[in-house]
Ligand binder design. Structure first.
Ligand SMILES: Nc1ncnc2c1ncn2[C@@H]1O[C@H](COP(=O)(O)OP(=O)(O)OP(=O)(O)O)[C@@H](O)[C@H]1O
Ligand SMILES: [Mg+2]
Length: 336
Protein backbone atom coordinates (compact mmCIF):
# COMPACT_ATOMS: atom_id res chain seq x y z
CA UNK A 1 0.00 0.00 0.00
CA UNK A 2 1.25 3.48 -0.83
CA UNK A 3 2.46 5.59 2.08
CA UNK A 4 0.37 8.64 1.17
CA UNK A 5 -3.37 8.38 0.74
CA UNK A 6 -5.03 11.38 -0.92
CA UNK A 7 -8.00 12.67 1.00
CA UNK A 8 -10.44 15.46 0.20
CA UNK A 9 -8.99 18.73 1.50
CA UNK A 10 -10.90 20.06 4.44
CA UNK A 11 -10.77 23.13 6.57
CA UNK A 12 -7.82 23.07 8.94
CA UNK A 13 -6.90 19.51 8.05
CA UNK A 14 -4.30 17.66 6.12
CA UNK A 15 -5.09 16.77 2.53
CA UNK A 16 -2.97 13.63 2.58
CA UNK A 17 -2.74 10.83 5.04
CA UNK A 18 0.78 9.73 5.85
CA UNK A 19 1.13 6.01 6.46
CA UNK A 20 4.72 4.90 5.95
CA UNK A 21 4.85 2.68 9.01
CA UNK A 22 3.68 -0.91 8.88
CA UNK A 23 1.40 -0.25 11.85
CA UNK A 24 -0.43 2.61 10.13
CA UNK A 25 -0.64 0.74 6.85
CA UNK A 26 -2.26 -2.13 8.72
CA UNK A 27 -4.86 0.28 10.16
CA UNK A 28 -5.72 1.68 6.72
CA UNK A 29 -5.89 -1.82 5.26
CA UNK A 30 -8.32 -2.82 7.97
CA UNK A 31 -10.35 0.36 7.34
CA UNK A 32 -10.52 -0.54 3.64
CA UNK A 33 -11.91 -3.96 4.60
CA UNK A 34 -14.60 -2.27 6.71
CA UNK A 35 -15.56 0.06 3.86
CA UNK A 36 -17.83 -2.51 2.26
CA UNK A 37 -19.99 -2.89 5.36
CA UNK A 38 -22.52 -0.54 6.96
CA UNK A 39 -21.81 -1.75 10.49
CA UNK A 40 -20.80 0.88 13.06
CA UNK A 41 -17.06 1.38 13.57
CA UNK A 42 -15.38 2.64 16.74
CA UNK A 43 -12.00 4.32 16.17
CA UNK A 44 -9.85 4.11 19.29
CA UNK A 45 -6.47 5.56 20.19
CA UNK A 46 -4.66 8.18 22.22
CA UNK A 47 -5.42 11.84 21.72
CA UNK A 48 -4.06 13.35 18.50
CA UNK A 49 -3.20 10.03 16.83
CA UNK A 50 -5.40 10.67 13.79
CA UNK A 51 -8.69 8.98 14.68
CA UNK A 52 -10.77 11.45 12.68
CA UNK A 53 -8.36 11.14 9.77
CA UNK A 54 -8.86 7.36 9.81
CA UNK A 55 -12.65 7.75 10.04
CA UNK A 56 -12.52 9.99 6.97
CA UNK A 57 -10.40 7.48 5.05
CA UNK A 58 -12.99 4.83 5.88
CA UNK A 59 -15.75 7.06 4.53
CA UNK A 60 -13.78 8.06 1.43
CA UNK A 61 -13.09 4.46 0.55
CA UNK A 62 -16.70 3.35 1.00
CA UNK A 63 -19.59 3.51 -1.45
CA UNK A 64 -20.84 6.44 0.65
CA UNK A 65 -17.92 8.66 -0.44
CA UNK A 66 -20.11 10.89 -2.62
CA UNK A 67 -22.49 11.61 0.25
CA UNK A 68 -21.50 13.77 3.25
CA UNK A 69 -19.14 12.86 6.07
CA UNK A 70 -20.70 14.71 8.99
CA UNK A 71 -18.50 15.03 12.08
CA UNK A 72 -19.89 16.13 15.42
CA UNK A 73 -17.99 16.58 18.65
CA UNK A 74 -20.36 15.17 21.22
CA UNK A 75 -18.35 16.63 24.12
CA UNK A 76 -18.68 20.16 22.75
CA UNK A 77 -22.49 20.17 22.82
CA UNK A 78 -24.52 20.75 25.97
CA UNK A 79 -26.75 17.76 26.73
CA UNK A 80 -29.96 19.71 26.05
CA UNK A 81 -28.78 20.69 22.54
CA UNK A 82 -27.52 17.27 21.52
CA UNK A 83 -30.93 15.84 20.68
CA UNK A 84 -32.02 18.69 18.43
CA UNK A 85 -28.57 18.89 16.80
CA UNK A 86 -28.56 15.21 15.93
CA UNK A 87 -32.25 14.58 15.28
CA UNK A 88 -33.41 18.09 14.26
CA UNK A 89 -36.53 19.81 15.55
CA UNK A 90 -39.98 20.77 14.37
CA UNK A 91 -41.29 24.31 14.14
CA UNK A 92 -42.12 25.63 17.61
CA UNK A 93 -40.59 22.59 19.31
CA UNK A 94 -39.09 24.90 21.93
CA UNK A 95 -38.63 28.60 22.56
CA UNK A 96 -36.59 30.00 19.72
CA UNK A 97 -37.41 27.17 17.28
CA UNK A 98 -39.12 29.53 14.81
CA UNK A 99 -38.62 27.15 11.90
CA UNK A 100 -38.17 23.42 11.54
CA UNK A 101 -34.55 22.31 11.20
CA UNK A 102 -32.98 19.09 10.02
CA UNK A 103 -30.56 17.30 12.31
CA UNK A 104 -27.10 15.91 11.58
CA UNK A 105 -28.47 12.38 11.03
CA UNK A 106 -30.52 13.76 8.13
CA UNK A 107 -27.60 15.84 6.90
CA UNK A 108 -25.52 12.64 6.73
CA UNK A 109 -28.20 10.70 4.79
CA UNK A 110 -26.51 8.14 2.49
CA UNK A 111 -23.19 9.15 4.04
CA UNK A 112 -21.38 8.79 7.36
CA UNK A 113 -22.05 10.37 10.74
CA UNK A 114 -18.90 10.57 12.88
CA UNK A 115 -19.57 10.95 16.60
CA UNK A 116 -16.35 12.25 18.11
CA UNK A 117 -15.58 11.98 21.85
CA UNK A 118 -18.40 9.44 22.18
CA UNK A 119 -17.42 8.57 25.78
CA UNK A 120 -18.59 12.05 26.81
CA UNK A 121 -22.17 11.50 25.57
CA UNK A 122 -24.63 12.18 28.42
CA UNK A 123 -26.35 9.01 29.69
CA UNK A 124 -29.96 10.12 29.00
CA UNK A 125 -29.10 10.79 25.36
CA UNK A 126 -27.35 7.44 24.99
CA UNK A 127 -30.73 5.69 25.20
CA UNK A 128 -32.09 7.87 22.37
CA UNK A 129 -29.07 7.22 20.19
CA UNK A 130 -29.38 3.49 20.81
CA UNK A 131 -33.02 3.56 19.70
CA UNK A 132 -32.13 5.47 16.53
CA UNK A 133 -29.39 2.96 15.72
CA UNK A 134 -31.64 -0.03 16.37
CA UNK A 135 -34.55 1.32 14.32
CA UNK A 136 -32.59 3.16 11.62
CA UNK A 137 -35.08 5.96 12.22
CA UNK A 138 -34.99 9.39 13.81
CA UNK A 139 -37.68 11.68 15.13
CA UNK A 140 -37.24 15.44 15.22
CA UNK A 141 -37.70 17.04 18.63
CA UNK A 142 -41.31 18.20 18.96
CA UNK A 143 -42.62 15.98 16.16
CA UNK A 144 -44.57 12.76 16.50
CA UNK A 145 -43.49 10.81 13.44
CA UNK A 146 -40.18 9.11 12.80
CA UNK A 147 -38.54 8.65 9.44
CA UNK A 148 -35.84 6.38 8.13
CA UNK A 149 -32.29 7.58 7.56
CA UNK A 150 -29.57 5.71 5.74
CA UNK A 151 -26.49 6.61 7.75
CA UNK A 152 -23.37 4.71 8.68
CA UNK A 153 -22.35 5.66 12.21
CA UNK A 154 -18.70 5.81 13.20
CA UNK A 155 -17.39 7.13 16.49
CA UNK A 156 -14.12 7.84 18.25
CA UNK A 157 -12.74 8.23 21.73
CA UNK A 158 -9.34 8.40 23.42
CA UNK A 159 -10.93 7.09 26.60
CA UNK A 160 -11.24 3.51 27.81
CA UNK A 161 -14.87 2.93 26.84
CA UNK A 162 -14.99 -0.47 28.54
CA UNK A 163 -13.99 1.23 31.81
CA UNK A 164 -16.81 3.73 31.29
CA UNK A 165 -19.22 0.82 30.95
CA UNK A 166 -17.87 -0.66 34.18
CA UNK A 167 -18.25 2.60 36.10
CA UNK A 168 -21.79 3.03 34.79
CA UNK A 169 -21.27 6.19 32.74
CA UNK A 170 -21.69 4.44 29.39
CA UNK A 171 -24.51 2.07 28.48
CA UNK A 172 -23.37 -1.47 27.86
CA UNK A 173 -25.94 -2.08 25.11
CA UNK A 174 -24.84 1.05 23.22
CA UNK A 175 -21.19 0.08 23.73
CA UNK A 176 -21.70 -3.26 22.00
CA UNK A 177 -23.80 -1.64 19.30
CA UNK A 178 -21.11 0.94 18.46
CA UNK A 179 -18.05 -1.27 18.59
CA UNK A 180 -19.15 -3.96 16.18
CA UNK A 181 -15.97 -3.15 14.25
CA UNK A 182 -12.98 -1.39 15.80
CA UNK A 183 -9.92 0.40 14.48
CA UNK A 184 -7.02 1.06 16.88
CA UNK A 185 -4.81 3.94 15.79
CA UNK A 186 -1.35 3.36 17.33
CA UNK A 187 0.47 6.19 19.13
CA UNK A 188 3.14 7.99 17.11
CA UNK A 189 5.95 6.60 19.31
CA UNK A 190 4.94 3.12 18.11
CA UNK A 191 5.33 4.14 14.46
CA UNK A 192 8.76 5.77 14.20
CA UNK A 193 8.69 5.42 10.41
CA UNK A 194 5.84 7.95 10.23
CA UNK A 195 7.54 10.75 12.19
CA UNK A 196 9.72 12.31 9.48
CA UNK A 197 7.30 11.76 6.55
CA UNK A 198 4.56 13.34 8.69
CA UNK A 199 6.81 16.22 9.74
CA UNK A 200 7.77 16.87 6.10
CA UNK A 201 4.16 16.67 4.93
CA UNK A 202 3.02 19.04 7.69
CA UNK A 203 5.90 21.41 6.88
CA UNK A 204 4.89 21.43 3.21
CA UNK A 205 1.37 22.35 4.33
CA UNK A 206 2.71 25.44 6.08
CA UNK A 207 3.19 26.64 2.52
CA UNK A 208 4.78 30.00 3.37
CA UNK A 209 7.82 28.80 1.39
CA UNK A 210 9.59 25.56 0.60
CA UNK A 211 11.40 24.40 3.72
CA UNK A 212 13.28 21.37 4.97
CA UNK A 213 14.51 20.11 8.32
CA UNK A 214 18.23 19.97 9.02
CA UNK A 215 19.60 16.54 10.00
CA UNK A 216 19.97 17.76 13.63
CA UNK A 217 16.32 18.86 13.68
CA UNK A 218 15.25 15.50 12.26
CA UNK A 219 17.26 13.66 14.90
CA UNK A 220 15.51 15.68 17.55
CA UNK A 221 12.07 14.91 16.10
CA UNK A 222 12.92 11.22 16.06
CA UNK A 223 14.15 11.27 19.66
CA UNK A 224 10.95 12.76 21.09
CA UNK A 225 8.25 10.50 22.61
CA UNK A 226 5.27 12.51 21.25
CA UNK A 227 2.74 12.14 24.07
CA UNK A 228 0.41 14.46 22.10
CA UNK A 229 0.96 12.40 18.94
CA UNK A 230 0.41 13.92 15.46
CA UNK A 231 -1.33 17.00 16.84
CA UNK A 232 1.75 17.77 18.96
CA UNK A 233 4.00 17.17 15.93
CA UNK A 234 1.85 19.57 13.92
CA UNK A 235 2.37 22.30 16.54
CA UNK A 236 6.11 21.63 16.69
CA UNK A 237 6.32 21.91 12.89
CA UNK A 238 4.39 25.21 13.01
CA UNK A 239 6.81 26.49 15.64
CA UNK A 240 9.80 25.45 13.51
CA UNK A 241 8.36 27.02 10.34
CA UNK A 242 7.62 30.26 12.18
CA UNK A 243 11.13 30.58 13.60
CA UNK A 244 13.14 29.38 10.60
CA UNK A 245 15.15 32.22 9.07
CA UNK A 246 16.02 30.42 5.85
CA UNK A 247 14.94 27.36 3.91
CA UNK A 248 16.33 25.28 6.79
CA UNK A 249 14.29 24.51 9.89
CA UNK A 250 17.06 23.98 12.43
CA UNK A 251 17.24 22.18 15.72
CA UNK A 252 17.16 25.53 17.53
CA UNK A 253 13.95 26.54 15.69
CA UNK A 254 12.07 23.70 17.42
CA UNK A 255 10.37 24.36 20.78
CA UNK A 256 12.71 24.47 23.77
CA UNK A 257 10.83 21.83 25.70
CA UNK A 258 11.23 19.19 23.00
CA UNK A 259 13.81 16.74 24.34
CA UNK A 260 17.29 17.32 22.94
CA UNK A 261 18.37 14.77 20.36
CA UNK A 262 21.47 12.71 20.89
CA UNK A 263 24.52 13.89 18.95
CA UNK A 264 24.98 12.19 15.59
CA UNK A 265 26.95 9.00 15.99
CA UNK A 266 30.63 9.32 15.11
CA UNK A 267 32.10 6.55 12.95
CA UNK A 268 32.80 3.70 15.31
CA UNK A 269 36.21 2.17 15.77
CA UNK A 270 36.23 -1.54 16.55
CA UNK A 271 35.91 -1.91 20.34
CA UNK A 272 38.47 -3.55 22.57
CA UNK A 273 36.82 -4.98 25.69
CA UNK A 274 39.78 -4.01 27.87
CA UNK A 275 39.45 -0.31 27.01
CA UNK A 276 35.67 -0.08 27.19
CA UNK A 277 34.30 2.07 30.01
CA UNK A 278 31.45 1.36 32.39
CA UNK A 279 28.07 3.02 31.97
CA UNK A 280 28.65 4.99 35.19
CA UNK A 281 31.88 6.41 33.79
CA UNK A 282 30.27 7.39 30.50
CA UNK A 283 27.35 8.95 32.36
CA UNK A 284 29.65 10.88 34.65
CA UNK A 285 31.69 12.26 31.79
CA UNK A 286 28.60 13.19 29.81
CA UNK A 287 26.93 14.92 32.77
CA UNK A 288 30.01 17.03 33.37
CA UNK A 289 30.40 17.89 29.69
CA UNK A 290 26.80 19.05 29.45
CA UNK A 291 27.08 21.00 32.69
CA UNK A 292 30.18 22.79 31.41
CA UNK A 293 28.53 23.48 28.05
CA UNK A 294 25.65 25.08 29.96
CA UNK A 295 28.03 27.35 31.85
CA UNK A 296 27.32 25.44 35.06
CA UNK A 297 23.59 26.21 35.02
CA UNK A 298 21.98 23.07 36.48
CA UNK A 299 18.46 23.81 35.37
CA UNK A 300 19.58 24.20 31.74
CA UNK A 301 21.78 21.10 31.97
CA UNK A 302 18.89 19.08 33.45
CA UNK A 303 16.67 20.15 30.56
CA UNK A 304 19.25 19.16 27.97
CA UNK A 305 19.82 15.82 29.69
CA UNK A 306 16.10 15.16 30.04
CA UNK A 307 16.44 14.82 33.82
CA UNK A 308 14.67 16.57 36.64
CA UNK A 309 16.82 19.13 38.45
CA UNK A 310 16.70 17.01 41.60
CA UNK A 311 17.89 13.89 39.78
CA UNK A 312 20.78 15.81 38.25
CA UNK A 313 21.67 17.26 41.64
CA UNK A 314 21.68 13.77 43.21
CA UNK A 315 23.87 12.38 40.44
CA UNK A 316 26.32 15.25 40.87
CA UNK A 317 26.47 14.62 44.61
CA UNK A 318 27.35 10.98 43.93
CA UNK A 319 30.08 12.06 41.50
CA UNK A 320 31.45 14.51 44.04
CA UNK A 321 31.36 11.90 46.81
CA UNK A 322 33.29 9.48 44.58
CA UNK A 323 36.07 12.04 44.56
CA UNK A 324 38.43 12.04 41.60
CA UNK A 325 38.56 13.56 39.17
CA UNK A 326 36.83 16.64 40.59
CA UNK A 327 33.95 18.51 39.05
CA UNK A 328 34.86 21.56 37.06
CA UNK A 329 34.83 24.68 39.24
CA UNK A 330 31.79 25.99 37.38
CA UNK A 331 29.82 22.80 37.89
CA UNK A 332 30.85 22.59 41.51
CA UNK A 333 29.76 26.13 42.29
CA UNK A 334 26.31 25.51 40.85
CA UNK A 335 25.85 21.99 42.21
CA UNK A 336 24.30 23.27 45.42
N1 LIG B 1 -1.63 10.01 9.20
C1 LIG B 1 -1.80 11.33 9.11
N2 LIG B 1 -1.43 11.99 8.00
C2 LIG B 1 -1.56 13.34 7.93
N3 LIG B 1 -2.07 14.11 8.91
C3 LIG B 1 -2.47 13.50 10.04
C4 LIG B 1 -2.36 12.08 10.19
N4 LIG B 1 -2.83 11.75 11.42
C5 LIG B 1 -3.21 12.90 12.00
N5 LIG B 1 -3.01 13.95 11.18
C6 LIG B 1 -3.28 15.37 11.51
O1 LIG B 1 -3.08 15.51 12.92
C7 LIG B 1 -4.13 16.24 13.54
C8 LIG B 1 -4.83 15.36 14.56
O2 LIG B 1 -5.54 14.33 13.91
P1 LIG B 1 -7.03 13.92 14.36
O3 LIG B 1 -7.86 15.14 14.62
O4 LIG B 1 -7.56 12.94 13.37
O5 LIG B 1 -6.65 13.20 15.73
P2 LIG B 1 -7.61 12.54 16.82
O6 LIG B 1 -7.06 11.21 17.14
O7 LIG B 1 -9.01 12.62 16.34
O8 LIG B 1 -7.35 13.53 18.04
P3 LIG B 1 -8.30 13.77 19.35
O9 LIG B 1 -8.26 12.53 20.18
O10 LIG B 1 -7.60 14.89 20.04
O11 LIG B 1 -9.65 14.11 18.86
C9 LIG B 1 -5.04 16.70 12.43
O12 LIG B 1 -4.70 18.00 12.05
C10 LIG B 1 -4.76 15.72 11.29
O13 LIG B 1 -4.97 16.31 10.03
MG1 LIG C 1 -10.64 13.80 17.15
Amino acid sequence: MCGLVPLARRRGGSSRVVAQSKAMQAVLKRAARFAGSDAPVAVLGETGTGKEVVARVLHESSARARAPFVAVNVAALPAELLESELFGHGKGAFTGAATARQGLFEAAHKGTLFLDEIAEMPLPFQAKLLRALQDGEVRRVGESTSFAVDVRVTCATHRDLAARVRDGSFREDLYYRLKVLTLEVPPLRARQDDILPLARELLAEERARARRFTPAAERRLLAHAWPGNVRELKNVVKHGAALAESIDVRDEDLPEDLARAPQSAAPRAPADAATLRSLAEVEREHLLRVLDACGGAQSEAARVLGLSRTTLWRKLRVIEAAGAPPLSPLARSSAR
